[in-house]
Ligand binder design. Structure first.
Ligand SMILES: Cc1ncc(COP(=O)(O)O)c(C=O)c1O
Length: 440
């Protein structure tokens, strides 16, 4: 299907998110269709999706079960108020999510995005301590190079300079752990060996501020948006120990790792570390309808269930929390994952993915490669004086050659749908090699 209004002048009104707007509008890249592993461009070209959209279309595109569920739901119950009213599939979806969550995680609070899940979890953490009579615990600990969405809580605990520097003072009382990306771990396949001790910095932060002032520590088990930063062996376990010792809630931001990306339903199971809360979004609905969810332990939830029963326990929620159409998309998505065994499929193809990815070690400009599950990063030597430019050129050339990759800084990050097959892995990596070898 061709786009009938291709003039760049028509593109002005939409201020595009996280986009070089002027560059894009001078040379637009438009998708008009998608199916399984491919996008179709406005010019009718097929583009292999190496990023599952934005880490969200884990089952691939336009999957029939999800499409039908959304179509049926929108005709049956389009919207129901989320406050003081319910509808059955919101409860059903929560139960299905809990079925696949680690033991001990047993409640679901719905949001509409990863950013909202983060804000929700941070608020629940502070309110949890207050509900238990520990109201001085308001401090939040994040990590350098962490990405937790774009709202004020998330950018405050996050550690990406460009997401922080122009937005004022942000939340007070926040501190950061060091990131876990160490040069000695370069070229590691899977979890790196060095750096578990970086978790001990939480002890320093506790000594500095006092545990009695700290509500929660939030980390991505695998950080995606800053270029795939992996947790060193033993690191997450150590964080868990220190949080438990000091009564600090541990929040795993599983917005990208949730729903199969590492071959397990959640990273918590992959690493066998149980957080007190998990933030999710993206793969929950296969990206089809915006939806997120915060998953909590019974202990976190139950702390709120006190006082007169007619009173609202948590003053928080969104107009679209548990929206029926999003819930229908979520249920059909989880069914698709289960019916097609997509999390196991991810685990099965991950070793092939790893070897294909690391075959790029001798491609031009490559200075590091790292991977886990169906996630991979290829780091490029930046052009002196023009950081990000080389990777952005790679992104543009890759698109011209028919593959969709993503870049952050000078790092190429890939996270294909879990339905990718070996031939498509070869195509993605083979095309990327051609792109890299042709770069200045
Ligand atoms: C770990 C993490 N948290 C939060 C977010 C924000 O999600 P959203 O863009 O849905 O608000 C993202 C998005 O990439 C993410 O990777």
């Amino acid at each position: 299907m061709a786009l009938d209004r291709p003039s760049p002048n028509d593109l002005r009104a939409f201020w595009m998110p996280f986009t070089a707007n002027r560059q894009f509008k001078a040379a637009p890249r438009m998708f008009v269709g998608a199916k399984d592993m491919h996008y179709t461009t406005a010019e009718g070209r097929q583009v292999l999706d190496g990023t599952a959209g934005l880490w969200c279309c884990n089952a691939g595109h336009c999957r029939p079960k999800i499409t039908e569920a959304v179509q049926k739901q929108v005709a049956e119950l389009d919207y129901a108020p989320a406050f003081q009213m319910g509808h059955p599939i919101a409860f059903e979806l929560a139960n299905r999510i809990i079925d696949m969550a680690p033991d001990g995680i047993d409640h679901v609070f719905y949001t509409n995005s990863g950013s909202e899940s983060v804000e929700t979890a941070l608020k629940i953490a502070i309110a949890y301590h207050r509900a238990r009579g520990d109201g001085a615990r308001t401090r939040l600990i994040g990590r350098e190079r962490g990405y937790h969405g774009v709202n004020f809580g998330g950018i405050s605990v996050g550690g990406i300079v460009n997401n922080r520097k122009v937005f004022g003072t942000m939340l007070g009382g926040v501190d950061h752990l060091p990131h876990t990306h160490l040069p000695e771990n370069a070229w590691t396949k899977g979890q790196p060996d060095h750096g578990a001790n970086l978790a001990d910095d939480l002890e320093r932060i506790v000594a500095l501020h006092g545990a009695e002032t700290i509500a929660a520590c939030i980390v991505e088990p695998v950080a995606g948006s800053t270029g795939v930063l992996l947790p060193p062996k033993g690191y997450l376990e150590r964080l868990r120990e220190i949080c438990t010792k000091h009564g600090i809630l541990l929040i795993f931001d599983e917005v990208i790792t949730g729903f199969g990306r590492l071959g397990s339903p959640f990273a918590a199971q992959h690493f066998d570390v149980l957080p007190d809360m998990m933030t999710t979004a993206k793969g929950l609905t296969n990206g089809v309808i915006p939806m997120g969810a915060v998953l909590t332990t019974g202990a976190v939830h139950d702390a709120f269930m006190q006082g007169p029963e007619h009173l609202i326990e948590l003053f928080h929620g969104y107009t679209y929390s548990g929206n029926p159409i999003a819930c229908a998309a979520g249920l059909a998505t989880l069914e698709t994952y289960a019916e097609e065994g997509l999390f196991d499929r991810c685990a099965e193809i991950a070793p092939y993915w790893q070897e294909a990815l690391h075959s790029l070690q001798d491609a031009r400009h490559v200075i590091d490669i790292r991977n886990m599950g169906l996630i991979g990063a290829v780091e490029l030597e930046p052009i002196a004086g023009a950081p990000t430019k080389r990777a952005f050129s790679a992104f543009l050339k890759a698109y011209e050659k028919g593959i969709l990759i993503r870049t952050t800084g000078d790092i190429i990050a890939m996270s294909p749908p879990l339905i990718i097959d070996r031939a498509q892995v070869d195509e993605l990596i083979g095309t990327l090699r051609e792109v890299l070898d042709a770069l200045d």
